[in-house]
Design a protein around this ligand. Structure first.
Ligand SMILES: C[S@@+](CC[C@H](N)C(=O)[O-])C[C@H]1O[C@@H](n2cnc3c(N)ncnc32)[C@H](O)[C@@H]1O
Length: 193
């Protein structure tokens, strides 16, 4: 992430927005179960807000500095922070009861890698596990925030089909003025996928 992005992602304003708007919308009626994976926590404001909602939480962050500082901040808590790449998850199959990603998919540098990430999340979910998240719509402000940073916007009109192609079912994608939320389920019967 570039400097302005890092600053926004740890600001009080972003925390308020996550707490009051983003998480309630993304997670309403979503049952993540007891063992949850968070993909791309950044500085961890989303991780902090997830903590009281789930029994066990593992966060995987590709940026070494962010991963190390989040791991240091959460040392002694039950949350596990791992430095790693969500397009090649270092977990066995069917490990997690649920997975989330908040405003991170557009940081994955190509549609092919984004699809690989979706397949990986599906692989590590238990049968029936839910993947829920949110990402930004393409707007001028998005492009400005991402100067010298990765920006591969995800088109909500095709994202449902991409989730299905990755093996998910019961897919929902909904858009508001600035972002879209999604949720999708790993098939209960894996042989049907
Ligand atoms: C814009 S930040 C969002 C942070 C946080 N989820 C939030 O909403 O405040 C996106 C994060 O995803 C991370 N990221 C990008 N690609 C990743 C990958 N392949 N695996 C894990 N994390 C990744 C970035 O390093 C960055 O910290």
């Amino acid at each position: 992430m570039n400097l302005i992005h890092r600053w926004i992602c740890r600001s009080a304003r972003w925390r308020r927005k996550l707490e009051e708007q983003v998480l309630p919308w993304v997670l309403s009626d979503v049952e993540l179960g007891p063992d949850v994976l968070e993909v791309g926590p950044g500085p961890g404001l989303t991780t902090d807000l997830l903590r009281p909602r789930v029994e066990r939480l593992t966060a995987i962050e590709i940026d070494r500095r962010l991963a190390e500082s989040l791991a240091a901040r959460l040392r002694g808590s039950p949350i596990k922070v791992i430095r790693g790449d969500a397009t090649a998850l270092p977990f066995g199959s069917a490990r997690f009861s649920g997975a989330v990603s908040f405003t991170m998919l557009h940081h994955v540098p190509s549609p092919a890698l984004q699809d690989q990430l979706l397949r990986e999340v599906r692989r590590v979910l238990k049968p029936g596990g839910v993947f829920a998240g949110v990402d930004s719509l393409q707007r001028l402000s998005m492009r400005l925030f991402h100067v010298h940073d990765t920006l591969v916007p995800v088109d909500p009109r095709t994202f449902g089909a991409r989730l299905e192609a990755a093996g998910f079912e019961e897919v929902l994608v909904e858009t508001n003025a600035t972002v879209f939320r999604f949720r999708a389920r790993c098939p209960k019967n894996r042989s049907s996928s």
